[in-house]
Design a protein around this ligand. Structure first.
Ligand code: MD3
Ligand code: FE
Length: 203
């Protein structure tokens, strides 16, 4: 089932559900080498989601700004390679949405605990906005906010649930977005957490 949710955005409900356990094992493997951490924002705040990365490049935030880099600043070593199960899922998802040869070089892992959120922002640290972003949600549901190309547009709310995959491209690629505060709960696959993976072509 390929449902458009906006111009350029397609949701593949439950696309990752049958692979969820393998994806969660891959996340654990990555997080063993590159620990989940709460990054600093350029404004000096601490993000509420814990993050890690895999692939050639990882997204980092600190008081100097946002950027992609090939080393994990926590360990000083390259990010773990992107596990095959993740790279393959990203490619199949993009293909289902009409993007023929999506080859992500970065996967950002976000882990939300109850109370964690992500404010409205644009993803614009990547070089080519013609490349889509694929997002995969696992565990507890969280309300996604989908705004416009300007911060002042009132966002729509879309719940994202375990196994849902969304492909964001075209005119949706630069829309403001975020997630509301995660409500406490317990999911059979992830316990108290929600995980979100975003696959990107950064360079
Ligand atoms: C729409 N993550 O990591 S996923 C992010 O749930 C991020 O962790 C949220 O926003 C999360 O940057 C939202 C859905 C998503 C991801 C990237 C997008 C929607 C997007 C990029 C452009 C437009
Ligand atoms: Fe984002």
């Amino acid at each position: 089932r390929v449902e458009p949710i906006a111009d350029g955005a397609v949701v593949l409900r439950q696309f990752a559900t049958s692979e969820a356990d393998a994806i969660l094992r891959a996340i654990d493997t990555v997080a063993t080498a590159a620990p989940l951490r709460r990054m600093q924002t350029p404004g000096g705040h601490t993000m509420s989601a814990a993050m890690s990365c895999c692939g050639e490049l990882g997204w980092v935030s600190d008081t100097r700004g946002y950027r992609y880099q090939s080393e994990d600043p926590v360990t000083g070593t390259p990010w773990p390679a992107m596990p095959e199960v993740l790279a393959d899922l990203a490619q199949r998802s993009a293909a289902a949405a009409g993007y023929r040869d999506f080859r992500p070089d970065a996967c950002l892992i976000n882990r939300y605990e109850p109370g964690a959120k992500m404010g409205l922002h644009q993803d614009k640290d990547e070089q080519d906005f013609d490349q889509p972003i694929v997002s995969v949600s696992l565990g507890l549901p969280q309300v996604f906010q989908f705004g416009g190309l300007k911060r002042n547009e009132r966002p729509e709310r879309v719940p994202l649930c375990h196994g849902d995959v969304v492909v964001w491209g075209g005119p949706a690629r630069l829309r403001y977005h975020g997630v509301l505060t995660l409500k406490a709960g317990t999911h059979p696959a992830t316990g108290p957490y929600r995980y979100n993976l975003t696959f990107r072509r950064a360079r």
